[in-house]
Design a binder for this molecule. Sequence first.
Ligand code: KIV
Length: 288
Amino acid sequence: MAEARKKITLPYLFKKVADGEPITWLTCYDYPTAYLQEQAGIEMILVGDSLGMTMLGYESTLPVTMDDMIRHSQAVRRGAPTAFVVGDMPYMTYQPSVETAIRNAGRFMAEAGCDAIKLEGGAVMADRIKGIVDSGIPAIGHLGLTPQSVSALGGFRVQGKSAELAKKIVDDAKALEQAGAFMILLEMVPDRLCKIITERAENCIIMSLGSGPDAHGQLLIYHDMFGLYPRFKPKMAKVFGNAGEVILNGLTAYHDEVISRKFPQQENWFGMPDEEYNELVKMLGRIK
Ligand code: KIV
């Protein structure tokens, strides 16, 4: 039998970086998927506020609440006891003040057993990161395409293509690192910008989502990988299997078999002994 995996810790992640080995990271929002990701050896799990779109069917991530996030994070923790689970702070749970940020970050740790939190934004969020880290909670920054600001950014598009905007992202990354972020996620920035930020990082792990191969590891959205999000598929997502198609075929077959009375068959139901059945019929006869 394969040896059970040890808990993934911060020192483990930094050792991977030192050894030049890429870190694997996926989104996940529920118990059975977390169980499968744990079995597959995925090291980090992001309980992303993208669950607002992928699981709850909202048009954006903005309506997601802390209570939504805590419930899903708890389910993921139960399914993946050794993965490094990151709770994603939803819209307006850290922007108002440092104190709000610390309180809500604390909920992920105390109520859901998360290992770290992630929040979106650059230098303007450095004081939130510092406050959270000073409270003993590992924090991850998120730069580039930050979905909570999608309206201000002008849509789901690559960020930092001009030298000026790229320089701002480089400066933001340094500010987050100096504030104590142990990791920064770069979403949809050009590959060469990601490489520069990764090379300049001193004590900070850089992860890529659609930002090329030169980061310390990769993140993908689980629903995009398996054809499970019906509205669109971003370019950066490779489809590793079409589970959506498999499930749709199964559902159609179920529908057809029920209406044609092919399902259920004897092996799909439960019987009772003849004597008990006969006794029941007698009892019902007497009652009548
Ligand atoms: O919510 C999420 O899944 C995220 C990813 C888009 C990085 O923040």
